[in-house]
Design a protein around this ligand. Structure first.
Ligand code: AMP
Ligand code: MG
Length: 336
């Protein structure tokens, strides 16, 4: 009898310890939010946690994609000015998007949907729109057209169309960290197609994050950033673009003032800050600002750092990056 109880106890102990074994590490790769997402959890991982992370990413895509017909964004864009009930996740992202649009003077603008559609960059139908089409699309933008009415009700007015493509991956990254922390994870790295977030560190060392070389078609990097508990988000003209008949590169980061792809000295910009939703919105806005205005702007923000890479291969850092960045490719120049 005593032996039987002992056996039951042993099985119980084994079962419990397999649920949340501190040392369990797991990785998973998923195609979601239009990109390859890799989840790398270094402790306290379980099948249940991995499943909850991947299904949460799918949920975010299903709510925020502008092309999925049942998504909140699609429904709002086709509601003809009616107020709609959206999910609490969409409501939260929209609230943040409006806040970040205000602080960047709408250079990050979540209401650029029409302009983004007529360019179609990254789709088979990419083309240079007529000036008339661009002018009409610019008239439709503006965050005053987004009314957040409380109780998860949202109304779009004045023909504005939402596109959350510049912020949704950052939000998704923050959500991954929130869920992982809740499950007891202390060390993890999530990469959403170049939007990286790290939870904790790699033992006693920081994570070493490769910063993409914007001139390379392959996954080459130009430098390494040491990172703990932060997010590293890059925007650049190399991610999605087409070459026009005149040889000009038309890329996917649009300047809301001109209606054209932002045309300045930058090839890429990397934002480093703990809040990935903010980092994502800023990566897009600061790319539009350009080098001088962008450097001044990021240096004025508390807890936000940046790495600017120009088309002439000069690399500029904000003041707080310090020794955490190492340039590894000597075809680039570190500017002081
Ligand atoms: P990111 O890679 O974060 O810079 O986001 C780029 C994506 O955001 C584009 O593919 C568009 O869907 C959208 N987008 C482009 N320009 C802007 C802008 N100025 N403000 C907000 N979203 C934009
Ligand atoms: Mg962005």
């Amino acid at each position: 009898m005593k032996q039987r109880w002992l056996a039951v106890l042993l099985v119980l102990i084994l079962l419990l310890s397999s649920c949340a074994r501190p040392e369990v590490a797991m990785t998973e790769v998923q195609f979601v939010l239009g990109t390859v997402v890799s989840l790398d959890i270094r402790d306290h991982a379980s099948e249940t946690l991995m499943k909850s992370l991947t299904s949460h990413l799918t949920l975010i895509e299903n709510l925020m994609s502008p092309t999925i017909k049942t998504s909140d964004v699609y429904r709002l864009n086709h509601a003809g000015g009616q107020a709609l009930l959206v999910s609490n996740y969409t409501y939260a992202v929209l609230g943040k998007a409006l806040e970040y649009a205000r602080v960047t003077r709408e250079l990050f603008d979540p209401t650029l949907g029409t302009l983004i559609n007529i360019w179609g960059i990254g789709t088979d139908g990419a083309k240079i729109p007529s000036q008339h089409e661009i002018d009409s699309a610019i008239v439709m933008r503006g965050i005053d057209n987004v009314e957040m009415l409380g109780k998860y009700q949202v109304r779009l007015t004045g023909n504005a169309q939402l596109d959350l493509g510049a912020i949704a991956k950052g939000y998704a990254a923050d959500e991954l960290v929130r869920l992982a922390k809740r499950a007891g994870v202390q060390s993890a790295i999530f990469n959403l197609g170049g939007n990286v977030i790290v939870l904790g560190s790699k033992g006693t060392n920081p994570f070493r994050i490769a910063i993409q070389n914007p001139f390379s078609e392959r996954d080459d990097y130009l430098g390494i950033l040491d990172a703990r508990d932060t997010s590293i988000v890059t925007s650049g003209d190399y991610e999605r673009y087409f070459i026009g008949p005149d040889g000009t590169k038309y890329h996917h980061i649009l300047d809301p003032r001109t209606g054209f792809p932002a045309d300045n000295e930058l090839a890429s910009i990397t934002i480093v800050c703990p809040n990935s939703t903010l980092a994502d919105a800023l990566s897009t806005a600061v790319y539009v600002m350009g080098l001088e205005a962008g450097l001044g702007y990021v240096n004025s923000l508390e807890g936000v750092e940046a790495i600017f890479v120009t088309k002439t291969r000069d690399v500029y850092l904000t003041r707080g990056i310090g020794d955490s960045f190492t340039l590894t490719d000597d075809t680039f120049r570190l500017m002081q």
